[in-house]
Design a protein around this ligand. Sequence first.
Ligand code: FES
Ligand SMILES: [Fe+2]
Length: 421
Amino acid sequence: MNQHVPMASRSSNNSLTEANGLSTGPVPMEPYRSPAFYALEQERVFRRSWLMMGRVEELPKPGSYIVKEVEVCNASVLVTRAKDGAIRAFHNVCSHRGNQVVLDDHGTASRFVCRYHNWTYANDGNLLGIPDESQFFSVDKKKCGLTPIAAEVWEGFVFINLSPVPEVSLTEFLGDFGEYLAGLKYTAAEHPVVFVAELDCNWKVVSDAFSESYHIPAIHPQTIGDTFASKSNPFAHLLDAKIFGPHRVNSMFGNSQYEAKPNSLVERLGQAAMATGNAISAVSADTVSEFLSHPAVNPTGSADWSMDVNHVFPNTHIDSGQGGFFVHQYWPLSYNRTRHEARFYISPPTNVVERFRVEQYIARVCEVLLEDLTNVARTQKGLESRAKDFMQLQDNEILLRHGIDMVEKWVAAETVREAMA
Ligand code: FES
Ligand SMILES: [Fe+2]
């Protein structure tokens, strides 16, 4: 199951793009700016795909629940763990007159009371009580539970599918990509540091921003430019990339010779606090050794490695780095508005030295995210100007090219099986 799956090799073919069977021509901009295309994405991509809602650690005990707004499908999704331990998902919609039942985004409750007229539901979805029930006309309580949504768990990630009957199971949807990542030990999964931002851009613009390292020397020169590039690899060429059906992976170069500049005193102090002195991790290597030993983490086994982007179609990145994993999600709000959610999973510090290192790391992550996220609206503005109709993508932007190919394929396909063929 977990044996190393070789990625496309640069030595046999100098282009990752061609070795993965992708075309090399210009890529259309219309899917990034067209309200009509967005309407198709809503119906054919987001309503038919398995969408990641969160981790099982967010639902630690019977009664735990989370609520996720999935605006792209006009859905509010309630995910619960009931007494039997099972994780279920429901539309967060009252059977009486359609009010939202649960207003908090997470909590613990064995029952939910709709605030409008106090209809009460169990956390397994059953309708428990209707106030003044005798005044209703033959209401069948058994048929008035919360509307279920297909939910499945893979490797601790909770997915839902908003099709009334999903065409493919989560296992089929993930396919060999699921097998590639199977068994990964997600370190510190109970401890996310969460960043949320609403952005003036199409969801793919921000997904693209976290899918390639070509931009890093240019846009992040003061922060991570010298960690993702070096004299020998000045443009941060990828180590490798591989396509898995609608999903995709790349592995990024990391400069193992990196040292903080002499005048970067806080960064140097942070590095000195670590056994490894690693510049792009908050923890020492021994705390994540099991995670790092998985064959899908640093899949080329390079000494000069920074991180892997594991893109779960359509809108989730489960990234692997030297300090563990982190997750980006790109939730469309409209054709040119997106909520970006990033979660960096970091064990709580146990002493003051670790605390200093973690705080310095989080501050660094904030800086880097701001460098990326303050740029996306500029890209969207340019796309919407219609000055250009096509993007010119280079080899190291392979994930973007595959992403557009897949979205176009799903939009055109009548069925999910056809989209995945
Ligand atoms: S709408 Fe929920 S109780 Fe009336
Ligand atoms: Fe970036």
